[in-house]
Design a binder for this molecule. Structure first.
Ligand code: DX5
Ligand code: ZN
Length: 227
């Protein structure tokens, strides 16, 4: 993985057909996805449950781009090695997940992955500042984590701008997660984001039988950003 700030679309497979992940992953990649975003939820840090390491390892066989794993779990540290073994390229943990995010980021890098730090909508940009040298990515949540299909929280756009200034020349991606669609994508891109996670806005209207809709949906986001 080389670093750049070009626009990247990372469809969240939380909006895929849960009985057909292999074909869904191949469909979004064929249709132009840059990364594949995997939402791990524990029913404790967030009120929903999704995938453990064996499921993520099975997804890996189908991912040819970048597997971007977003942990919405607490605690994080006991599971880092399992997600490394599952093949995550990037492992993102929430700053709110425990008292030692600095140790968590170090452990993620020590396990051979890129380290991401996610911020809930209620967490200020300043929470990331002391940790930026340990981060390869900062994920700004623009919904409260736990579910796909929620509305974008506009007050988070200023936080993206603040983080972009804080990051300066450091090779740290800014990822946006939640409510990204052709109307909200330009706002966060302009504020400095380079990775846009999108679940419902990518998968809507398509299926593994009609994957062209995924391509159309991703193009609509790219075109809105470059317009
Ligand atoms: C929310 C997840 C997101 C979610 C995005 O907890 O982290 O990745 O799937 O879904 P949309 O794009 O539908 O808001
Ligand atoms: Zn996510």
């Amino acid at each position: 993985m080389t670093f750049d700030r070009s626009l990247k679309i990372a469809p969240s497979i939380l909006s895929a057909d849960f009985a057909d992940f292999g074909r869904e992953i191949r469909a979004i990649e064929d249709q132009g996805a840059d990364w594949v975003h995997v939402d791990v939820m524990d029913g404790h840090f967030v009120p929903n449950l999704t995938f453990g390491p064996p499921a993520v390892k099975a997804f890996r066989r189908h991912v040819t781009t970048v597997m971007d794993v977003h942990l919405m779990i607490a605690p994080v540290d006991p599971y880092i090695e399992a997600y490394a073994q599952a093949g995550a390229d990037i492992l993102t943990a929430h700053v709110e997940a425990g008292p030692h995010p600095h140790r968590t980021l170090q452990a993620i890098r020590a396990s051979g992955m890129k380290a991401g730090l996610a911020l809930n909508p209620g967490t200020p940009a300043s929470a990331a500042e002391p940790l930026l040298d340990l981060c390869d990515l900062v994920c700004v949540m623009t919904v409260n984590p736990g579910f796909g299909g929620q509305s974008f929280i506009h007050s988070c756009v200023d936080k993206v701008r603040a983080l972009r200034a804080m990051i300066g020349d450091r090779p740290v991606h800014i990822e946006i997660d939640g409510g990204v669609d052709p109307t909200t994508a330009p706002l966060v891109r302009e504020a400095g984001a380079d990775v846009l996670v999108a679940g419902s806005a990518v998968f809507k209207g398509g299926s593994v039988e009609t994957p062209e809709a995924y391509g159309t949906n991703m193009r609509a986001i790219r075109e809105a950003v470059t317009a």
